[in-house]
Design a protein around this ligand. Structure first.
Ligand code: NAD
Ligand code: GLY
Length: 364
């Protein structure tokens, strides 16, 4: 199936780039025209390779293409796996004109981006995201990283791709659980910058859950536009960009607690967004009815709305102080002023935070 292509621009001066969105973009976008040199290294994983690698290689028949196929899973998003990409690059004599292509979800995208940022001090790269989460979030904006055993995304760089190519046809093979996790990040944009979009999501959630092509294309486009706007304003997260991390301080604590092996990123973010919204109610900003709307929408997407049962308040406290938003020892969180408006703040008391954590960690 093919559809009309939509293009969203990420405006960052000489680092600006297009995001192509549509069904059949693999066939419609001349991927090779975004590659200046003759050599390419495609980075993918053992799940995505059998599905889409040959189709991509076919588009690049004029180039010299090497491939590295990584193990699949967040637990492999680390320096050891990154080294496999460097082994291939150095072993196959890739030089500074080589382009890296990330074909896969956010794990492949984050690692490929960091490899591109650091190989010979920087080579171009292209994002071809194949999960909903990667299409609406991780492939856009230039955050690249690997995890450390003590903290999520602790080692990385800001490094923008040359282009992002989103083929919504790839979502046809995505398991439900991964699809739902992507919806968490879609809902995030409604919460932080676009109350109308949140309302649209409430009205169209059945269509989205059925993977209706038009509804999906609209949700992906609006998400990419919101992200592109925030990133253009604050590329390296000196301020406003941090709102894109709504729920992530709680969510990253969950992922780290579980050793990156149980809940997937979008699930942890969903529970984290509920905790951030609950704190926003506790400090007197968000209306409690809106907290209920948020929980209802996430629950409709089969996403968790409370942390894992085996996590205690102390686990959160220990892990949250390692968050990248901690400045001079002060924990800052993304909270909601109201639906569609977020802020980054340290204006909450430890009592408020404790109350929310105790409520969240108490089994019903
Ligand atoms: P993922 O990359 O692990 O992909 C999820 C699963 O889906 C994997 O098993 C993968 O192999 C499989 N898969 C991918 N595409 C498929 C397809 N089309 N059909 C069938 N299976 C497919 O997870 P994710 O949710 O895409 O990304 C999560 C990662 O992204 C986390 O590491 C998170 O930290 C990172 N992230 C980064 C940013 C950023 O700004 N850089 C933003 C959000 C999340
Ligand atoms: N996903 C958060 C960001 O890109 O800033």
């Amino acid at each position: 199936m093919t559809s009309e292509l939509t293009q969203v621009q990420v405006s960052l001066g000489d680092r600006s780039y297009p995001i192509f969105i549509g069904a059949g973009t693999f066939q419609q976008v001349d991927i090779a025209s975004h590659i200046s040199g003759t050599k390419v290294l495609i980075v993918t994983n053992e799940t995505v390779a059998p599905l889409y690698l040959e189709m991509l290689k076919h588009q690049l028949s004029e180039k010299q293409v090497d491939t590295v196929v990584l193990a699949d899973g967040e637990q492999y998003k680390n320096l050891d796996t990154l080294n496999l990409i460097f082994d291939q690059l150095i072993g196959s004599h890739h030089d500074r004109k080589t382009t890296l292509i990330a074909l896969g979800g956010g794990v492949v995208g984050d690692m490929t981006g960091f490899a591109a940022a650091s190989y010979q001090r920087g080579v171009p790269f292209i994002q071809i995201p194949t999960t909903l989460l990667a299409q609406v979030d991780s492939s856009v904006g230039g955050k690249t990283a690997v995890n450390h055993a003590m903290g999520k995304n602790m080692i990385g760089a800001f490094y923008q791709p040359q282009a992002v190519i989103i083929d919504t046809n790839t979502l046809a093979t995505l398991p439900d659980r991964e699809f739902h996790a992507g919806l968490a990040e879609v809902i995030k944009y409604g919460l932080i910058v676009d109350a109308d979009f949140f309302q649209w999501l409430e009205s169209n959630i059945d269509n989205l859950l059925q993977r209706n092509e038009q509804a999906l294309a609209y949700a992906i486009e609006l998400s990419c536009k919101s992200k592109a706007r925030v990133v253009a304003e604050d590329e390296t997260e000196q301020g406003i960009r941090a709102i894109l991390n709504l729920g992530h301080t709680f969510g990253h604590a969950i992922e780290t607690f579980q050793g990156y092996k149980q809940w997937i990123h979008g699930e942890a973010v969903a529970a984290g967004m509920v905790m951030a919204a609950a704190l926003s109610v506790t400090v007197g900003d968000l209306a409690v009815e809106d907290l209920h709307r948020i929980k209802h929408l996430l629950h409709r997407c089969s996403l968790p709305i409370a942390p894992p049962l085996d996590m205690a308040v102390d686990d959160f406290m220990t892990l949250m102080v390692r968050d990248k938003k901690v400045l001079d020892g002060q924990l800052r969180l993304v909270l909601l002023k109201r639906l569609g408006e977020a802020c980054v703040t340290d204006q909450f008391s430890i009592d408020h935070l404790n109350r929310v954590l105790i409520d969240a960690c108490s089994p019903l």
